[in-house]
Write a protein that binds this ligand. Sequence first.
Ligand code: LLP
Length: 421
Amino acid sequence: RPFAHPDPSSPLACDGVSLETLAKKFGTPLYTYSAGQILHRLRLFTSAFASIPHLVCYSVKANSALAILKLLDQHGAGFDIVSGGELERILRVNKQAAERVVFSGVGKTAAEIDLALRSGILIFNVESAAELDLLAERASKLRKRARVALRVNPDVFAETHPYISTGLREHKFGIDIRQARAVYKLAAKQKYLDPCGASVHIGSQIRSADPFGAAAERVAQLIRDLRSDGLAITSVDVGGGLGIEYHSDHSFNPEEKIHQYATALLKSLRPIENLRLLLEPGRFIVAQAGALLTRVLYVKKNGEKTFVVTDAAMNDLIRPALYQAHHDIVPVMPRKGARKKVVDVVGPVCETGDFFARDRELPELKPGDLVAILDAGAYGLSLSSNYNSRPRPAEVLVEGKRARLIRRRETMDDLFAPEQI
Ligand code: LLP
């Protein structure tokens, strides 16, 4: 983890940059990311899949900060997008990067499809026959040939939170793998469609490699079938979803995880000749590179319970409230001989669900203390809101010994800009 104490008596740091200094300079709540860790995780992917032609298409939704997209672009990553907004982000960073973009999502609008066609993206991951019709219509209208993969639903169960599991027939995602061949035949008839890929994504925060292996096996069979139908399938997109360990006291070795993941996927995909692998990791690249830095406002007791109220809230990081997700919380400056206490760490938002931890044993905290909520680099700011009219936090990117503001704190003017009375 990039967040550590350089020595036991100094404050928690991100790659050697003190979080106390960052809080003083940029205020709290503050998202802090390590560029080094992000690039390290990207390299883990590229080396695990070195034995096969591949492109890592970072899933923009996990963390859409322009500076992070730029960093990944400069190191050769492609991008997985799900909206016109995400595509515009990539175009802002580097227009040429469009050729490394895969477009996923069940609800692409005509305007979004047009933008993607005009920018010349790599491939569309189409999720229904109806979407295929619209894509064919827009592509012929613009006279741009669209490369297409059908996102198939392999009906594979993967152990994760039900809100982020996607690979079962009952989920809204993809096309039933049993119907896929028929839909590919429709695609092949369209002059402006080039059905050249297959894609799958079974969910997020999946810790075992087995379901990925099972899905890959089913897609491998589909690719063989499609090739025997006469289609030139040359790419396979295996989606994202590789999970991390959010509890620091459990052992977690990212190198080993990714190795198991690659082994599971490649078992059935490497034997297929002439196939380029596309990967869409989000969380695995950015989650552990980021922390949400927050200051304790109050410590209060209600009955038997002690509540530590921080200046960050569920609008800044909603994962605990939405998925009962665990995030480790650590004091930035540990107090010598501090006693442990069982507390709830909560935000100022007017919802009982506004918590970061419940009944958690932590070193005693006092008003004014800084704490870091770890592993918040993925689905943190990208999933934030202005609920309770709270301006979003600022973001800094640490590169070596330097910390750079990559998003300023929102102001009241930002909050009201779109409104009129
Ligand atoms: N590809 C597709 C088509 C996806 O839908 C997703 C995530 C990814 C790739 C990236 O998945 P990852 O590698 O990050 O697991 N907000 C939730 C996670 C939602 C995931 C949505 N789709 C959370 O905070 O846990």
